[in-house]
Design a binder for this molecule. Structure first.
Ligand code: ARG
Length: 560
């Protein structure tokens, strides 16, 4: 914006505002033509002549200065080349000064963003289907914080429903403490499957399970102790994965947390005339909005997923007074979110517009295993472990003498998983491939980490370097600096679009531009003047890669 505003101000074209001029700028196809292009077609009316002539005339009168070093006309476009030396010094000094804060800002000051992510189900496996919500949510959480927002991470646990009654029945009849303690979620799943096998033969089991669930709801001591124990076991199981992925939460208030908070909501719905009776159930009719009705209470009086989400949204608004409340949940739930957002809107909650469903596509593994196929669950922990093992093998092949091999393999393996999951726009379905994610030469986490380690190795070899100055730039240096310059605006866009993939793509661009520079030019065997500048550029690159990866939850080993 800085350059565009500067040029527009300088040109001072009568009959068109500076802002309008700024909005016309495009990017030339190649930096050798220029850095900013201004099409002159829109000026034809003002000057009453052809764009080609206008461009030629404007170019001949434009006076270059310390920011713009060249202005030429080509086919009705004015092409501006920025003073690269000037730009390079200001970008470099900004990065080297701000270091880990380069790219951060305080735009979010005094605003709270609640992010509902990962939101696992108790006594169910933490499988590859949860990968996206966990890493997208984790990245958004860090990005918002980096931009000065107060971010609140919520794990809206799926800890409500008759399945917990079934589990208690199964535990009491077919389970025991030792086995559950040993097998944890896997044992709970076994009990759950066993229950279903038995219930097929004996329909009365379902009544018993419902009884147990009622007991949980009514505060029965024994049932709640068991239920809380199942919860603890599940959370213990996922804790390691959360630690690996560097994901944290400020609240674990799950669905059952809203047990006593739904009644006022139902009352309010009723008072506002929104609740309708339908076959004994209570619904909010959404036909007018081309949606099926939102079910609020079943005919047996039980609440539903949507009822709890309504209560949760109202609670979050009261409790956090959020500026935005985001739900990082698969697109399969599109309708659910549209429905309950609409219900809040009909309840005349002015903040209903601040709720957003951050949807994402399905994840499957390359070998065709889907996250949900019966009996073929892929545990997220196993995916991570497999990547770490593969990373270890690669290190052994490439650099067997590396110290800290285990730790490094872990950082690379985990980095590969996170980066792989964040590689394309979140709405796209994703096929996760171990080999692709771990390809050191591909558009991957390891590739970016490797480039970071390369920068560090150059800087280590150089030791302390002297004062740098920028006097001239080759095309590779300029392209790299131009890329480094974009980081703050990339972080902003990633936040605005809820799209961490903008940061993965950007990091690959920075890495490949550094590598091009690295392979085409010498760094250490140069005159002091050239050497110091190239070292400063290397250091700036390492800072940007580190900042970018850390927003995604990816570590940057110093050596690989
Ligand atoms: N536990 C749910 C599931 O696994 C996701 C919950 C998302 N959050 C929400 N507030 N509905 O499908």
């Amino acid at each position: 914006m800085y350059y565009k505003n500067h040029i527009a101000k300088k040109m001072n074209i009568q009959g068109i505002s500076e802002n309008d001029v700024v909005s016309l700028f495009t990017t030339p196809p190649d930096t050798s033509i220029g850095d900013y292009a201004l099409p002159c077609f829109k000026f034809a009316q003002i000057f009453r002549t052809s764009p080609v002539i206008i461009a030629n005339n404007l170019a001949s009168t434009f006076e270059c200065d310390e920011l713009i070093s060249k202005c030429t006309a080509l086919n009705g476009y004015l092409n501006f080349t920025v003073n690269r030396v000037n730009l390079a010094s200001s970008v470099l000094s900004e990065i080297l000064e701000k270091k880990q804060n380069y790219g951060s800002s305080n735009v979010g000051e005094n605003r709270t963003v609640v992010i509902d992510y990962s939101s696992i189900n108790i006594a169910k496996p933490f499988h590859i289907g949860h990968l996206s919500t966990t890493v997208i949510g984790g990245a958004l959480y860090r990005i918002f914080k980096f931009l000065g927002f107060n971010a609140v991470g919520v794990n809206h646990l799926g800890d409500y429903g008759t399945q917990f009654g079934k589990l208690i029945y199964a535990y009491k009849n077919y389970g025991n403490k030792e086995e559950v303690e040993k097998g944890r979620v896997k044992e709970l799943m076994r009990l759950y499957v066993k229950y279903h096998d038995e219930a097929e033969k004996d329909a009365s089991l379902d009544d018993k399970a419902r009884e147990y669930f009622k007991l949980i709801e009514n505060g029965d001591k024994e049932c709640n102790e068991l239920f809380n124990w199942f919860k603890e076991l599940t959370l213990k199981d996922v804790k390691k994965v959360y630690e690996d992925l560097d994901v944290t939460f400020d609240s674990y208030a799950g669905e059952s947390f809203y047990n006593d908070k739904m009644e006022p909501v139902i009352k309010e719905l009723n008072e506002k005339g929104l609740l309708k009776e339908s076959d004994g159930a209570k619904i909010v009719d959404l036909e007018e909005y081309n949606m099926p009705p939102c079910l609020i209470l079943r005919s047996d009086g039980a609440s539903l997923y949507a009822t709890r989400d309504l209560a949760a949204a109202i609670y979050r608004k009261q409790h956090y007074d959020f500026y935005k409340c985001l739900y990082v949940v698969a697109y399969q739930q599109n309708l659910h979110f549209k429905q309950f957002f609409k219900v809040l809107d009909l309840m005349q909650k002015p903040w209903a517009k601040d709720l957003e469903h951050v949807a994402f596509g399905m994840v499957s593994l390359e070998d065709g295993t889907m996250s949900t196929r019966k009996g073929k669950v892929v545990f997220l922990e196993d995916v991570i472990n497999k990547c770490v093992e593969k990373a270890y093998d690669i290190i052994n092949e490439k650099n067997a003498n590396l110290e800290n091999k285990e730790q490094t393999a872990k950082e690379i393996g985990v980095g590969a998983v996170i980066f792989g999951a964040l590689s394309s726009s979140r709405i796209k379905d994703l096929v996760f491939s171990y080999d692709k994610a771990l390809n050191f030469d591909g558009e991957t986490g390891p590739y970016c980490q490797y480039t970071y380690a390369r920068c560090k190795s150059v800087l280590n070899k150089a030791g302390e370097y002297g004062e740098y100055s920028v006097t001239e730039l080759n095309e590779d240096e300029y392209n790299l600096i131009n890329e480094l310059k974009k980081f703050p605006s990339i972080v902003m866009s990633a936040m605005e679009k809820y799209e961490p993939s903008m940061i993965t793509r950007y990091t690959v661009d920075v890495a490949s531009k550094y590598n091009k520079f690295y392979f085409e030019h010498k760094i250490l065997n140069e005159t002091d003047k050239v050497k110091n500048f190239r070292l400063a550029l290397t250091e700036a690159t390492s800072i940007v890669i580190k900042n970018a990866l850390s927003l995604l939850g990816i570590k940057t080993p110093e050596k690989m």
